[in-house]
Ligand binder design. Sequence first.
Ligand code: GDP
Length: 495
Amino acid sequence: DSGQGDMKNLTADHHLLDGLLTAEFPYGSCRSRYEFSMYHKKSLFHKPSPYLLSKLRKQEELQRRCGPGTAGYKKAMRQLNSSDGAAAAEADDDCRYLVYISLRGLGNRMLAIASSFLYAVLTERALLIDGSKDTADLFCEPFPGTSWLLPRGGRSSALRHLDRYDEGSPVSLGNMLQNGSIVMSADRSNVSWSSPRRPPSHMLLHLAGGYGFNDKLFYCDTVQKLIHDVPWLLMRTDSYLVPGLFLTPIFLGELEAMFPEKEAAFYHLGRYLFHPSNGVWHAVTSYYRSYLAGAGRRVGVQIRVYQKKQPPQQVLDQLLSCIRDEKLLPEAAAETTTASNNGTSDAVLVTSLSSWYHEQLAAEYGGRVAGGVHQPSQEGEQRWGDTAHDMRALSEIYLLSTLDVLVTSGFSTFGYVAQGLAGLRPWVMSRPSPWEEWTEGQAAPEPACQRALSVEPCFHSPSYYDCAAGRDVELDKVTPYIRRCVDVSWGIKLV
Ligand code: GDP
């Protein structure tokens, strides 16, 4: 199989991912929308639920009705600019917005955008993305007949410098609770605006790693009811919040109806929302055809390194042990018959900022895997605001997502996105601590790798506070489908 498949043999259902995608976009405008299914096997997951599909179509309508340039958008902009600073969405059909503020690397951004989108669907808001970043170079528009990019021109002052918002912003939920603009009763059952007694025109939800107690009250039903009427919510997050939304009682019924299979939440959301631009997609498909299409079985290795100096030896030891222990690659030399018949051979794809792991793995296994050991890029270090760098990163996430087996670095959102899009449970290699580097002679953790409990990304910064109970709880004991992650002990995930 060349991986290209035969267009005519594929049903429209398969192309459009079982109804997840609308057919409203012309093919050439965004090839990945129509070609994704040719490079990705059907997973073991069920089709998206009819309820999820109806919610997606409804959201598309909302995005079209409220998108930039519409009457609804102009009205909401006027509310934002109004001098009294307090103008709630008044009429039922007024447009309300969720603006996602971009933060950190590509994996973080994709998890955060998927989370923002789901929150927008749950709260019937139009999602707009911080358009000053390279989103438009990386992704096609997901909603037909409109744009999800917040226009740069004509922004009110509240939206002009989105990157200046942080935990210190006076308009954040946490600070408004702190400074008395929002008053909450001691038992947290009652919450209201103080003066003026109306919602503000905009507000910041600061939900990034390391956020404080008051910002985490976002996950309380009372707070959700309070902020419902705020026309503009700005969400600053780097995390996969979806498990947190499942822990917010007000959203639970809707979420359970949308995702009867909890473990497929990101799988469906990611496949719905993200479509690499034609430039990125060309890089994905041409690399795939050159190096991976001929292999019978494709193994991906994602090694996240954090510093430029000599990459840790322990991670190589860990990787080699993991491959050996879990029998992920052949230990004997490839038989000539296999080598001459690529169709049934293995190929390995390594992604990492460092070239060293690829070199070592190729030295060890090059002669044994007939399909070869490949690495698309060696960027050396993570770069910021570099579109070409981000495009390569995105193409590698998508290449990883086409494979049959994944070995990933724990704690890395880059790997989470790849496994989520693939619908695969990876073998995860843990770090001794996410913040500390390996020290000389430090032994790699045992076992070298563990199978992730589910396909879902890990939510690294959940709130342990149960608003109704008024105390912290063990999050992995609340419901059977939320568990701790194998790579981050304080993180949780849907299983
Ligand atoms: P995380 O920091 O591991 O959670 O992942 P992020 O994707 O949020 O940030 C890491 C960033 O470093 C990526 O977005 C890329 O820009 C870069 N990067 C890390 N690993 C790789 C890799 O294997 N290949 C490429 N091309 N870039 C990488």
